[in-house]
Design a protein around this ligand. Structure first.
Ligand code: SME
Length: 165
């Protein structure tokens, strides 16, 4: 599809405004998380700020790898699945690949686990400890289709870098 000049400018404005928003949220979260090194406290704070400041975020939370199971930890939004079916869905795909998974339409993702029927798109970012070992993932659902892109990955990874700053 050929975009018009105006659409291109609009996309550039949207992109810079999204990254600029993540930069602002990064600074806000940085100010909050300094009081403890506890990563679970830091993650909970990140989720609270991101969830309430990013309009497209419907569910924002973390699943932790516990004895080869993905178990929910802190989150914002409607009640979620406590434990994810083994090696099924978006979170497990991200944990197995070690890479971010962006899902424009969850109904098109094989094995997607619908904790809430209102979730339409999703991004999952694996989280590593200081030694580089995967131990959790940040999962964000939106009630809008195609809500996430590489700018969200960049912005969320920047926020997650505060886990160890
Ligand atoms: N959709 C995720 C499950 C977690 S809920 O979105 C909170 C998945 O397929 O792994």
């Amino acid at each position: 599809m050929v975009e018009t000049f105006g659409e291109n400018i609009g996309n550039l404005i949207n992109m810079s405004s999204k990254l600029e928003k993540y930069d602002r949220l990064y600074e806000q979260i940085k100010a909050y998380v300094g009081s403890t090194d506890d990563i679970w406290a830091r993650l909970a704070t990140m989720e609270a700020v991101l969830h309430h400041k990013m309009q497209a975020f419907f569910w924002t939370g973390v699943y932790a790898l516990v004895e080869d199971e993905l178990i929910v930890r802190s989150y914002q939004g409607p009640v979620a699945c406590q434990k994810l079916r083994h090696h099924t869905g978006v979170c497990w795909a991200a944990m197995k690949s070690g890479e971010t998974v962006i899902v424009p339409d969850v109904e098109s993702f094989p094995g997607h686990i619908a904790c809430n029927s209102l979730s339409k798109s999703e991004i999952v970012i694996p989280i590593r400890n200081r030694e580089g070992h995967l131990f959790a993932c940040l999962d964000v659902d939106s009630d809008r289709l195609n809500a996430f892109d590489r700018e969200d990955e960049e912005g969320l990874k920047k926020v997650l870098s505060l886990l160890y700053d």
